[in-house]
Design a protein around this ligand. Structure first.
Ligand SMILES: Cc1ncc(C[n+]2csc(CCOP(=O)(O)OP(=O)(O)O)c2C)c(N)n1
Length: 319
């Protein structure tokens, strides 16, 4: 593929995730996978954590994967990928395979990344494996029926964080997983959404040109779990970025940078929308819109604090 991004060329590239999978209509996960894999040259090995992506693409006896693909267990996708990468190194050393670079890519959901697979991810980064880990974050354990995860935002209703007189939906804020990966000294870390697809592709390219562990945190709206019309997935990504709920940034070589729409917002703060714009289109927050604004105020204060923190790290200020 050429270095500029040509949508026609992209659309003509070999489909590595085939149509006919069983994802729900409007699910962002297969869009993310297609965009990431369209950017990656073969040979590639995909490692998948347990979750919607794995289940919906491999209903026995079918598979949608048009590249080598492995699923092991929920908690150890990063450990499995580490083994794949190490095995290629060993085979290369023994002359069993030629001197070709193999791209090892992990796709994991938020449950499999923030929580249950966290220790294997931490080990993969600490050992310095040359792997791209892609987190598709639908902000709950969706495959098993919408339970809260470390990635679920404050105030969101899930089956294990119901809204009532005792709790406001989920009582804790989202774990800053991408910051944690920077703290692990990963070689490259970035956030992305499928709505900002040029930005996403550029980040995959930059990740692949960096040796070492790479982490891409991609927002993946879920019509079933977030309760919105399935036509809205991409628009919701835009609202997430425009409200600074999910800013677009990257970290590499010791430097933090805002990218794409988030850089525009940093330079012109009038573009920053209130977080309510993101919240009010999702039924998982319906109680937040109808209550005394307590939940929205708390979420807004958190988003503002995180955004300020990010502006400081990226050293970007409007004039
Ligand atoms: C150790 C372990 N615990 C629990 C499960 C059950 N389980 C399978 S998929 C899943 C939810 C996955 O959630 P997430 O990683 O967020 O991905 P999603 O389904 O939302 O895409 C759970 C809890 C399991 N397979 N293994």
């Amino acid at each position: 593929m050429s270095s500029s991004i040509n949508i026609k060329e992209l659309a003509r590239s070999k489909l590595k995730l085939l149509p006919g999978h069983r994802h729900c209509p409007g699910c962002a996960a297969p869009i993310i996978v297609k965009l990431v894999l369209a950017t990656i040259d073969e040979p590639v090995v995909v490692v998948n954590a347990t979750g919607c992506l794995q289940v919906a693409t491999t209903i026995f006896p079918y598979t949608s994967w048009n590249v080598p693909w492995i699923h092991n267990a929920f908690e150890n996708a990063a450990a499995t990928a580490s083994g794949v990468e190490a095995a290629f190194k060993a085979l290369r050393k023994r002359g069993v395979v030629g001197d070709v670079g193999v791209n090892v890519i992990v796709f994991g959901g938020d449950g499999g990344t923030y929580d249950i697979g966290f220790q294997s991810l931490s080990g993969m980064v600490e050992r310095g494996h040359n792997i791209l880990y892609v987190l598709y974050d639908n902000e709950a354990y969706m495959n098993t029926g919408i339970q809260r995860s470390g990635g679920t935002p404050y105030g969101a209703l899930t089956t294990t964080s119901p809204y009532g007189t005792v709790i406001p939906g989920k009582p804790q804020h989202k774990k800053p997983i991408a910051d944690i990966m920077v703290a692990h000294r990963a070689a490259y870390v970035a956030t992305a959404t499928p709505a900002h697809w040029v930005d996403l592709i550029n980040k995959v390219r930059r990740a692949l040109s960096t040796i070492g562990p790479k982490f891409l945190h991609v927002l993946s709206p879920c019509p079933r779990g977030w309760r919105f019309d399935e036509s809205m997935s991409i628009e919701i990504c835009r609202l997430a970025v425009d409200t600074c709920y999910f800013p677009l940034w990257e970290y590499g070589g010791g430097v933090w940078r805002l990218t794409s729409r988030s850089l525009e917002i940093a330079r012109n703060p009038a573009l920053k929308k209130p977080v309510e714009e993101f919240v009010k289109v999702q039924e998982r927050f319906r109680h937040a819109v109808s209550d005394d604004q307590r939940i929205i105020k708390e979420l807004q204060a958190y988003v503002d604090a995180m955004w300020e923190d990010l502006l400081n790290r990226c050293a970007v200020r409007h004039s």
